[in-house]
Ligand binder design. Sequence first.
Ligand SMILES: Cc1cc2nc3c(=O)[nH]c(=O)nc-3n(C[C@H](O)[C@H](O)[C@H](O)COP(=O)(O)O)c2cc1C
Length: 148
Amino acid sequence: MKILVVFYSRTGNTRRVGEEIAKNLNADIDEIIDKKKRNGIIGWLGCGRDALFKKLTEIENKKRPEEYDVAIIGTPVWAGTISSAIRTYLLQNKFNKTAFFCTCGGDKGKTFNEMEKLSTKPQAVLELKYKEINECKGKIKSFCQTFR
Ligand SMILES: Cc1cc2nc3c(=O)[nH]c(=O)nc-3n(C[C@H](O)[C@H](O)[C@H](O)COP(=O)(O)O)c2cc1C
């Protein structure tokens, strides 16, 4: 099975999880780049506002998800929903099967429901709080079992 792990990460948490999933499954990785400046307090406020109002952004990525059997898509949770980069990515691409993962402070909110509306029903989902990322190898392993 050909698997793509694709994610956006502003501060590295979602990237760490994505890289661990890809290592487990020997999958290709595609990191989405958001062209909008997202650092500093203004950037932070913009993230929350853009997510809340379902704003799209300009993104860059390298791989075509429709060439993969499964795209495992990861996002940070912003204002209880999908980051702008992943919202844009889901709207701009076509998928065969999907699975979702997210990192958050405490609650994924509507994130996976919104992702499903923009793509397909996921084969599996994984929600991780960023504080548990250091101890999440077991959870990642069992999530990855779905694709073996
Ligand atoms: C603008 C903004 C809004 C956020 N909103 C939420 C939220 O609604 N719920 C939550 O649990 N975490 C929220 N978080 C925390 C992030 O989801 C969490 O820190 C995540 O791991 C960041 O991932 P990253 O390092 O890959 O960017 C928010 C973070 C930011 C920057």
